[in-house]
Design a protein around this ligand. Structure first.
Ligand SMILES: *Cc1c(COP(=O)(O)O)cnc(C)c1O
Length: 375
């Protein structure tokens, strides 16, 4: 599918790309939105041929996210399908240096591949640039998350991407927490950007989808031909919903970030809270780095609740507006104690509750947290 090009040859602001990219050509009576194309096959002789090879609704999404991140985009059935695709770039017997704190499913895939003898893993504190630099020596791929889920550490993106490049390793940055509105890893030297589109990009807790954005054509070509073969694809309806979400992601991320910053300040002074992890706080260890490479600090924060796992669980049960649920990045505020999941790594404190801040009124959100903490 060809799409309309709205740029006059100039680079558009990301807030305009979210709205304007991936639209059909402007012919009379054309729809403004890319239609949901339900097709398993196409008339022979064109570029797509079969539904596993291409879909116009994917193309509209891929063009939009590709422009936002500054690379070539491929959609997948989920964030973890994109993780699996990416790890296939590692040769047999290869080495992956990976952030110790990262999405538990990404670390779970690495652990299983290591157990099966497919590759070996070096876990490293991603905010310790010196340690990352040594872990990259002899590695084939560097797995970066920043800010990390759910520890909220911030990597020095230009430095760690350069370390990977010098070592001849592919650098992959999971940009799910920040979104391209707040952080563009390819500008900082990353080879690949990964998204759980499920989260902020789609934004309404109603769709599972993933994406990779490639800075290099050879990676794009390998991944695209592999995707045809494996078939971990999103349905056209999911892709359409995700693109509809992307149209407002800049406004949602802006509001979530503003709410999160205000709540982080108030929670820090609350007697029931031991520690707040949010790079937007001036005394957070990641504050200076985040300020240098992000345009805002995002809508996710973590708190450590006084009184251990039990007090943290009680807190998550007592909210009325905030939903006790896993996942993040929706319009509605959610919270959960991460260690309730057996797969969550033991260096995440038992009493850590991750908050995904939505776009509601901040005073309503605060009142609900206050009553839940004092209950
Ligand atoms: C949720 C998440 C994933 C996995 O994505 P799914 O869409 O659930 O498969 C990967 N990375 C991060 C940072 C996530 O939050």
């Amino acid at each position: 599918m060809s799409t309309h090009s709205p740029s006059h040859g100039r680079e558009l602001a990301p807030e305009t790309i979210t709205v304007a990219a991936g639209r059909p050509p402007r012919t009379a009576d054309a729809p403004l939105n890319a239609p949901i194309t339900l097709a398993s096959t196409y008339v022979a002789g064109g570029e797509m041929e079969y539904g596993r090879y291409g879909n116009p609704t994917w193309q509209a999404f891929e063009e939009t996210l590709g422009q936002l991140e500054g690379g070539s985009c491929l959609v997948y059935a989920s964030g973890l399908a994109a993780v699996a695709a990416c790890l296939e770039l590692v040769p047999d017997g290869g080495v992956v240096a990976a952030s110790r704190h990262a999405y538990l499913g990404s670390l779970g895939q690495l652990a299983e591949l290591e157990k099966a003898g497919r590759l070996s893993v070096r876990l490293v504190d991603i905010d310790d640039t010196k340690a990352v630099r040594s872990a990259c020596v002899g590695a084939d791929l560097l797995w970066i998350e920043s800010p990390t889920n759910p520890a909220m550490e911030v990597a020095d993106l230009p430095a760690v991407c350069a370390a990977a490049r010098e070592a001849g390793a592919i650098s992959v940055c999971d940009n799910t927490f920040a979104t391209p509105l707040l952080q563009r890893p390819i500008d900082h030297g990353a080879d690949l950007v990964l998204h759980s589109v499920t989260k902020f990009l789609a934004g309404h807790s109603d769709v599972l989808m993933g994406a990779l954005v490639c800075a290099r054509d050879d990676h794009y070509e390998r991944l695209e031909s592999r995707r045809r073969m494996i078939g971990a694809l999103p349905g056209p309806f999911e892709t359409w919903l995700a693109l509809r979400g992307v149209r407002t992601v800049h406004l949602r991320v802006q509001r979530s970030s503003a709410n999160a910053a205000e709540l982080a300040r108030r929670l820090r002074d609350h007697p029931a809270i031991e520690r707040v992890r949010y790079p937007g706080l001036a005394d957070d260890p990641g504050h200076a780095r985040a300020g240098a490479q992000m345009s805002d600090y995002g809508g996710v924060l973590a708190v450590e609740v006084r009184g251990g796992a039990e007090a943290a669980d009680a807190f998550t049960r007592r909210t009325a507006l905030w939903v006790h649920a896993t996942s993040l990045g929706g319009v509605e505020s959610t919270l959960e104690r991460r260690r309730r999941w057996p797969g969550e790594i033991a260096s995440i404190p038992e009493n850590l509750v991750r908050l995904s801040v939505g776009i509601e009124d901040v005073e309503d959100l605060w009142r609900d947290l206050e009553q839940a903490l004092s209950g």
